[in-house]
Each structure stands twice: as structure tokens, then as C-alpha cells.
Design a binder for this molecule. Sequence first.
Ligand code: SAH
Length: 360
Amino acid sequence: MIAEQLKARIAQHGPLTLAAFMTEALFDPKAGYYATKDPIGAGSDFITAPEVSQMFGELIGLWVMQSWHDMGRPDPFYLVELGPGRGTMMADMLRTGRALPGFTDAARIVLIEASAALKSVQAQSLGPSGAQVSWVDRLENVPAGPAIIVGNEFLDCLPVRQAIKHDGVWHERMVGLDEEGAFCFVLGTHLGIDEDLIPPRLKDLPDGMLAELRPGDRLFVHTLSERFKHHPGRALLIDYGPAQSEPGDTLQAIRAHEKVQPLADPGTADLTARVDFEMLARFATESGLAAFGPIPQGDFLAALGLEARAAALSQSSPEKRPQIARQIWRLTDSDQMGALFKLVCLQSPELSDPPVMSAD
Ligand code: SAH
């Protein structure tokens, strides 16, 4: 259905930017991938760190609790999650948070979620916690006040654009239709003023090279900075991508845990692109935020006491020992999620350094 819609649009108005294609494929309110499906988990399309192990959300919860303490224990404060998926990480964080007196009473939980299907899964997951939860569609709609914001695999869903160097000039790489009416990439016009979205490290690449542009990240960081200028706030973003800008096409589509062709069947597969952590930090500092990290996920979890938590869990359920060992491997091994996944903290400049992260 999305494919037909997009094809009609291209036939009428010409090729689309990749960002426009991704936005419809993921978020069309009727047929978009996130609008219609619960894609996360073993039987679905992909699996994420909070779904691998409860220890992930518990340790992120510890980081948040320490942050709340360091920020002067604001009461109330907004505990916001971007793209909470099945609500597992928030449930694990809240369970952990009960150990710190005052923390859960002070927290106003706000979930930012585009998918109606996932909102209802989140409501079910968080029901037992007894927490008052509200949903908003975008960061701008979170009420004013101090905030701690977390997001796992949120930024990788933000639409990207692509550009190709051709005759010494960056051109937009667009999505058009081939002679058989199938989606294909075509070369568009010069980027013009949008050239400032090309990562500086990649600007002088030779002809034929591809660079990704992340207007969605820039807008997101700008919105964060507007908020954090007026209300103290700290955001922890967890995602996959390189520490420094790299050339090349990182768009990928995943269906049923397999990579599929990204343009083939929009709306039926998850479309993501790697996060460029260097550009993210650049956008943040340009807009007046303090940026810390990126730190590899394996190092971050180890610093927060993953081994000690695993030992405690193994002691109370010895039969789960092999399973827990496997979870640690998935979360921290450098060939699994330990190195490609990274964490950054963006925050109001006046706050003290965040737990376990050092300044750039
Ligand atoms: N954090 C979860 C889910 C990751 S999948 C986990 O780790 O398991 C991405 C999530 O972000 C989904 O819940 C998706 O619906 C949501 N999402 C993606 N882009 C969004 C946007 N622009 N606004 C709100 N939610 C978004």
C-alpha cells in the first residue's frame, strides 16, 4: 500500500529524497512500519538491548538515579523515554529506581512514541509498575521542568538523506522509478546550502563517494537544546554507529532478523541508518549543549557494575547462569553490541559531569 502511494507520488512529482521515502515507509499513520506493527522481540523483526536482558534497563536505571541525585533531586522531574518500543527498559528502570527513596515519587514518566501499536504494548508493560505514565508525540510537548531523557535505538530511525560527489559537487541521491516501475536510486540536483549538513571530515572526498546527511538529528538536538536552556536536563542516547564520520551508504532494512533490500517493499521492514556520533556531538556543541562520549556500550555497562549485577542474579537463580552469561556476551562483546553500540550524554552546560562519562 505504501509502495503504491509512493510510486504515484514519484510519477506525479518526480523523485523523492531518501528522508521523504523513509518518513513515509516508517511513519505513514495508516500503513507505515511503526504505525502498524510491534516489530521488536525474538519472534518479530529485530531484537534490542533491553529485550536481550533486564540487566540493561537496570543499569541504565542506576545511571538515571545517580543523575537525578547529582542534579539536586528535583521533585518533580520528567523522566522521558524516546521511542520506548515494548516499554521493557522503562519497566526495568522503574523497578530499580524503587531502591532510591524519593526517586519514583518525584518522577513524572513521559513516553514519546509514534506508533499506536507500540503505545498499547508500553501501557501493558508498565501497568504492573503502578507508575503514572503519559504519552506525547514529540519532545516539544513534554511539559516544562527538569528532565532526564533516555533513548535506545531512537536516533537510528530518524530519516537520513544521502549525497554523492559528482563532477566535484555534492548531489542529492534520490529515490525514483526504473523502467519497470520499481524503486531505484537516481542522481538529483546539487545540495546547495544543504552542503553544510555534509560532515566536515567527508567534504573533500573524491567523485563517486557517498555521504549521509542527518537533518533529523540536527533538528532533534536543536529542540533538546531549546529545552535544556530553560530547564536543567540531561539526555542519554544509545545507538549504533561510528565514533567519527565515515563515508558510505548505511541504510539498512531488517525483516524477521534478516537484511532485505531497503527500497524493495516500504512499510514492511525496519529502515535505519547508522548514527554519526561525531556529527551528533557537533550539532550539540553548536547549539550550546555540553556533550560527553561516545563511550562503547561494553565499557559503559562494565563501569556501571554489570558483572556484580550478573553475579547477584546468578546467585538467586543458579539455573539461569548460562543464560545470563550469554546475555552479557550479547550486550558487551565487541563482535556483538559491545563496540558498535555507543552512548552519548547531551546536557545543560551548567550541570556536573554525568556518571561514568568523560568530557571530549
Ligand atoms: N527503545 C526500544 C525500541 C527501539 S525501536 C528498544 O530499545 O527496544 C525504535 C522506537 O522508536 C520504536 O518504539 C518507534 O516506534 C519509535 N520511534 C521512532 N521514530 C520515532 C519518532 N520520530 N517519534 C516517536 N517515536 C519514534
